[in-house]
Write a protein of this length. Structure first.
Length: 393
């Protein structure tokens, strides 16, 4: 057996117990405290209560509302029908003190795209409209610091489209980010790098280094992660993908020593750390962009509290708590703390045929948006998009 093959097998077999250095790497986040009345930190919430009037189980002191349903007009002033199969999402602040929640449509056959819900400063829903149409299987993606939404197509020749949350500018395809089964994108604005996941059983982990300073995504170098083991620790190296357009060979197979991940899903960046989930082994990973070390924040197989399964979309609090939406499992959003805590934030019983998608906070961290992609069992309404907040907000 070659040493490289041994390293790759070692990489895929290692569990969270083998990555005790994660907590040390993440200590920088522990001192952040919650702002009054916000969800800046969620590690002290209580247990889930019985379902509320919207069927959502929440801790005491939280409330929910439904803001959109597939096939219905979210607001009467707009003719836009909320899309089917709502998936990845993000929130963007607006100049009037409000915000826009964008949501992908994971529908194939050129019937996917992205829809938007606009809220005013009083959290009233005032408009709904499309910002991307004619694409397919728009699964996840990622928001950018320059206030655009990168929507990812999840099929073998899928691409990334850059969208204006306000709908004032036409969406633009970004071919330099490669053609593969895209899942999610996260931006490291300090080092001017984008990270990307690939949703296949042997998917790769990518990064993109633009040729020009951000926000220019028109050209650059797409790289795929390889692996190096040193002193019992695992590090990622990066190798260029010769043909990001994948005209003859899938991007991940163009670099023989790439590290396979078992179904890359959600992805988020904060404070020099990149978190991403892999559904095939129910893990949430952490990559330190400064040291290049990779570690595991959560592993279903070894966790002392294995309540999280079907790991999918991610978001994060200012305190460094990673929120993981379940595709299946118990239909929960679960909080992973830097100290390896595993805490349920919410649950939607009766939605077992669905998945939770698109978790994203408003700019003040007082509200969290997410969807049940296909709704409850036996329901005809399809996807449902929710907002949760602290009671009285």
């Amino acid at each position: 057996m070659s040493s490289q093959l041994f390293k790759r097998r070692q990489f895929l077999q290692v569990g969270a117990a083998g990555f005790v250095l994660f907590a040390a790497n993440n200590n920088r986040l522990l001192a952040k405290a919650a702002a009054p009345g916000s969800m800046d930190s969620l590690r002290s919430i209580g247990s889930l209560q019985a379902p509320d009037e919207n069927g959502v189980m929440l801790p005491a002191g939280f409330q929910s509302r439904i803001v959109a349903r597939s096939g219905e007009q979210p607001v009467t002033s707009s003719s836009y029908l909320w899309h089917d199969a709502p998936d990845g999402g993000a929130v963007f602040a607006t100049d009037d003190g409000g915000w826009v929640y964008v949501s992908n449509s994971e529908v194939g056959g050129g019937k996917g795209g992205v829809g938007a819900l606009r809220f005013n400063a009083a959290a009233e829903l005032v408009d709904a409209y499309p910002i991307l149409a004619g694409t397919s299987v728009n699964c996840a993606g990622g928001g950018t610091p320059w206030q655009t939404w990168l929507s990812c197509e999840e099929f073998d020749a899928g691409q990334v489209f850059e969208c204006d949350p306000l709908g004032n500018r036409e969406a633009m395809v970004r071919p330099a980010l490669g053609r593969f089964k895209h899942e999610a994108v996260a931006v490291d604005p300090v080092n001017q790098i984008l990270y990307l996941t690939e949703d296949t059983p042997d998917g790769a982990f990518y990064r993109f280094r633009p040729s020009q300073p951000l926000p220019d995504l028109s050209a650059g170098i797409l790289e795929v992660a390889t692996m190096d083991a040193q002193d019992g620790r695992l590090y990622l190296d990066w190798a260029p993908v010769p043909d990001p357009s994948a005209e003859t060979t899938p991007t991940r197979y163009q670099v023989p020593d790439y590290v396979p991940f078992r179904g890359g899903e959600g992805l988020v960046y904060q404070d020099g750390l990149v978190y991403f989930s892999t559904k095939g082994d129910n893990r949430v990973w952490c990559y330190d962009v400064a040291t290049h070390q990779i570690s595991v924040l959560y592993d279903f197989a070894t966790s002392a509290n294995p309540i999280l399964s079907g790991v999918d979309n991610l978001t994060i609090t200012p305190a460094g708590e990673v929120l993981v939406a379940e595709d299946g499992g118990d239909m929960q959003i679960v909080i992973l703390t830097p100290e390896f805590g595993v805490i349920p934030l919410l649950q939607i019983p009766g939605h077992e045929r669905s998945e939770i998608t698109g978790p994203a906070f408003d700019p003040s961290y007082r509200r969290l948006y997410f969807s049940s992609q296909r709704g409850s069992v036996g329901a005809s309404s399809g996807g449902i998009t929710y907002e949760i907040s602290l009671a009285g907000i």
